[in-house]
Ligand binder design. Sequence first.
Ligand code: PBG
Length: 348
Amino acid sequence: MTFTICLPIALVLSIMSFTDSPSLSLRHRPRRLRRSPAIRQMVRETQISTNDLIYPMFVMEGENQKVEVASMPGCYRFSLDLLLREIADIYQLGIQAIALFPVVPESKKDESGTESYNPEGLVQRTVAAIKRDVPDIFVITDIALDPFTDHGHDGLLGEDGSILNDPTVEVLKKMAVSQAAAGADMVAPSDMMDGRIGAIREALDAAGYINVGILAYSAKYASAYYGPFRDALDSAPKSGDKKTYQMDPANSRESIKEVLLDIEEGADIVMVKPALPYLDIIRQVRDATDVPVAAYNVSGEYAMIKAAGEKGWINEKKVILETLTSIKRAGADLILTYFAKEVALMLK
Ligand code: PBG
């Protein structure tokens, strides 16, 4: 008896408490567009696609080698044989572009980075092999001397310890031409010497490589976020820092100047690096130019998420997607990221 009375009352009460009856008179209720997965997807402004991702990869000498970078869990230095297999796999996953970085043995490093333009060098052999095995993957090679110099700087060292600009650019030109000869689709100067984009463009054209593009690291900051990458390549500068060529993290106007100069000199794509601490710069560059903008989600950004994920302090997968979304939302068309493979798997 009590049940038959109480039940309807309880039902009425519960319906009342769940009815969002209007007490405010609002014309705009932005929450309408967040009510269900369908409407949220319909109005979503930014989508991450595997097409936007460029996968940085490390190649080392030897055979059958796959060595994890301690400060970059999930990232490896591969010998060429295993790198080729990995590239075939990631291409299957939909990743269409890689950025290649060499681990150069100490014995091949010298003062002026001559190994960088050896036609039989590690990068050159690797590019040729990739183009033979997985011809359709887009190969971007790095132009900078730091993996090749015994002092670890991106340029030639003057007698007073300063980094020489114009003599360095002469070496970069040789490096670019030798990478193009090996089959690189695009070269990516990451050194921050003045005038290198124009000089490299001319050198490539003079050698007949008019279709090899230039992805310019235009706004590259002197960042502490590169630490794990320097572990991976064993390329940390032996003395001093890179502040006379890489940009001061405190500056933003200068990034526009660098970007416009690089476009003027012939850059096809411009890049901001790092990404996450420089989202404002990505946005300003996007607004100031018409060329595609890339952003480099660098090794330190990767390492922080991996470390917190390993500790169980964050939901790693969700943080990865949110991070890449923020970089695209800021204005990047392309993202170089060590998460590329993981994200390609997530999006599959
Ligand atoms: C070197 C180069 C660096 C990175 C890419 N190319 C390091 C540096 O400038 O010292 C860093 C990439 C990363 O941290 O993921 N020219």
